[in-house]
Design a protein around this ligand. Structure first.
Ligand SMILES: Nc1ncnc2c1ncn2[C@@H]1O[C@H](COP(=O)(O)OP(=O)(O)OP(=O)(O)O)[C@@H](O)[C@H]1O
Length: 240
């Protein structure tokens, strides 16, 4: 099962440096949460991992191979990024189209819609879907190629409590079966409940990484640990 690795990743847009030697890994069998303030470079790093953005230097690899060099990328990596759904396309057509591109049967696509509770609305246009329904559809599409890696940009956004519980269960099951899950989120309480490992990015570089239980313990919670990392002079140091 694949390890995701960001090696000395840098990305500049003109005079703006977004990533500045960012190095981190996400391991198989683990749910790794990717944290950072707005604009920290999480989406940019994920886009580089998925071959959608070119780094200025460094590389992002999946078991040592860049996404663009994988022979069958959709069978290795499932991704949820900015959900650019065609609003007039039905959920069924959307997943079937993704399935066709991945060389998967329409029947398998339909079963995924059922599995994600979208069977009853499968023929409705996605433009009328709630944010939570879009998240489910995006995840169903990401799983179409039966990948061993999931790269998910804010997959918990817009989900109701049941949706969050289902998502947690799905990610846990996926990782327990050996899969690699790498997800960004600002919902720290939910992250603490689902993640095994954390990767925190700040100032374009790695601010902290490691198992949640090593980083958050005793009377601290993830929120205060995160705050201390991002504003180290505000409070006493939490991490050594
Ligand atoms: N195509 C682009 N051209 C110029 N700047 C960009 C481009 N894409 C991203 N940026 C900038 O890079 C920075 C990092 O953006 P990014 O979306 O990666 O952050 P993020 O950590 O995902 O933020 P958020 O938590 O708000 O989603 C931002 O300042 C953003 O404006």
């Amino acid at each position: 099962m694949p390890t995701l690795a960001f090696h000395q990743l840098s990305k500049r847009y003109g005079s703006v440096t977004v990533l500045d030697g960012f190095t981190a890994t996400a391991l198989p069998g683990r749910v790794t949460a990717f944290l950072g303030v707005n604009g920290a470079g999480k989406t940019t790093s994920m886009r580089i991992m998925l071959g959608l953005t070119e780094p200025t230097s460094g590389a992002a690899t999946i078991d040592g191979v860049r996404y663009g060099d994988l022979p069958h990328p959709t069978q290795v990596v499932g991704a949820v990024l900015d959900q650019g759904f065609h609003p007039n396309r039905s959920a069924r057509n959307h997943v079937r189209l993704t399935a066709r591109q991945a060389g998967v049967s329409a029947h398998a696509a339909d079963s995924l819609l059922e599995r994600f509770g979208l069977g009853a609305v499968a023929d409705r246009r996605v433009g009328g879907f709630s944010l939570g329904m879009r998240q489910r559809l995006a995840l169903a599409s990401a799983l179409v190629g039966d990948p061993s890696v999931l790269v998910l940009d804010e997959p918990l956004n817009g989900l109701d409590p049941d949706g969050i519980r289902e998502m947690r269960h799905l990610l846990r099951t996926f990782a327990d079966a050996g899969g690699t899950v790498f997800l960004s989120s600002h919902l720290l309480t939910e992250v603490a409940a689902v993640a095994d490992d954390l990767v925190v990015i700040h100032g374009g570089t790695l601010a902290a990484a490691g198992p949640v239980h090593d980083l958050v313990s005793g009377d601290t919670d993830l929120e205060s640990v995160f705050h201390t990392l991002i504003h180290p002079t505000d409070t006493q140091e939490v991490w050594s």
